[in-house]
Design a protein around this ligand. Structure first.
Ligand SMILES: [Zn+2]
Length: 325
């Protein structure tokens, strides 16, 4: 009914906007099939609780639900080595196990799930380039920003945002991509993927010193990419005032100067005050404010990274997605 009426009166136009149909939401139940051992923070319940929370709110009906396609092998190989990809696939085919010395586990289904998680970012980019969406949120797992070219790391198998950035360049001819990473951890994998490349600007705010140890202020890129990495390390206990000041003083001016064709957000929500891993003091509303401050610079594809308190994650994603409209 809204579609039929939408340009007849101002009131129905308002209703049309209230539908948020220009904001895409990409999710698949396949993402639940990457399972981790009992007690592992990066678990399928993160998405189960998020989806249940959104279904209970009006937001679920308002956003434009888009089914994520799997990424092509070609897209993944722009970011990861063939050797790593083969090893990941082989470990999964054998039934899974521990991938590194840390706590990055896979099961049989994980390879396929990870391909679809990266594919969600590409699908969102397709929809934005085709002008079917203004912005999109990819509710994916496993997360991606710690994954390096040749290895899995920190719960991450495939670097979803890095695959998306390269896809936007190769398939759609987008020249300049900005990646904004506000996960509480530094995105070492993403920084390393683009640190020598002036066409992809990587910006990260993160707790420091903290896992994974990278992301010092003086890491600003190398070679051709010098000046196209911005790290904003913040001490444990940092709250919204300092985060928003960093946006206003550094991040927004940097993005405005760079003029990206696309802004990809590595949207972790583990800087929330209730997160069991992070030590920061943000609230769900902080994520809405950060979103507001970068809206309008370029179309946004936002991709879930961390966030391990189930309720805080669900509420923060809701606030963030509402702000994308
Ligand atoms: Zn994190």
């Amino acid at each position: 009914m809204l579609v039929i009426l939408h340009h007849k009166t101002k009131k129905t136009l308002f209703l049309w906007k209230a539908c948020m149909k220009r904001v895409g939401f990409l999710y698949s139940e396949e993402f639940l099939r990457h399972r981790t051992p009992d007690g592992h923070p990066e678990r399928a319940d993160r998405l189960r609780c998020l989806i249940a929370h959104l279904r209970d709110s009006d937001l679920w009906q308002k956003v434009n639900h888009v089914t994520p396609n799997p990424a092509s092998l070609e897209s993944i190989l722009e970011v990861h080595s063939r050797e790593y990809l083969n090893a990941l696939r082989a470990t999964c085919a054998r039934g899974g196990g521990l991938l590194d010395e840390g706590d990055t586990f896979v099961v049989k289904e994980s390879f396929k799930v990870a391909m679809q998680a990266a594919g969600a970012v590409c699908t969102a980019i397709d929809a934005i380039v085709a002008d079917r969406l203004n912005a999109a949120f990819c509710a994916v797992r496993p997360p991606g920003h710690h994954a390096e070219r040749r290895n899995a790391m920190g719960f991450c198998l495939i670097n979803n945002v890095a695959v998306g950035a390269r896809y936007a360049q190769r398939v759609h001819g987008k020249e300049k991509i900005a990646i904004l990473d506000w996960d509480v951890h530094h995105g070492n994998g993403t920084q390393h993927a683009f640190e020598d490349d002036a066409s992809v600007f990587y910006i990260s705010l993160h707790q420091f010193p903290f896992y994974p140890g990278t992301g010092a202020r003086n890491e600003t890129g190398i070679g051709e990419g010098k000046g196209f990495t911005l790290n904003v390390p913040l001490p444990a206990g940092t709250g919204e005032v300092k985060y928003l000041a960093a946006f206003e003083d550094e991040i927004v001016p940097t993005l405005q100067k760079f003029k990206p064709d696309l802004l990809i957000i590595s949207a972790g929500f583990d800087a929330h005050k209730d997160d069991p891993i992070g030590g920061m003091k943000l609230t769900e509303d902080s994520f809405a404010k950060m979103t507001d401050s970068v809206k309008g610079i370029a179309p946004i594809v936002s991709v879930l990274e961390g966030g391990y308190n189930l309720e805080a994650l669900a509420k923060s994603v809701e606030a963030h997605v509402r702000a994308l409209d």
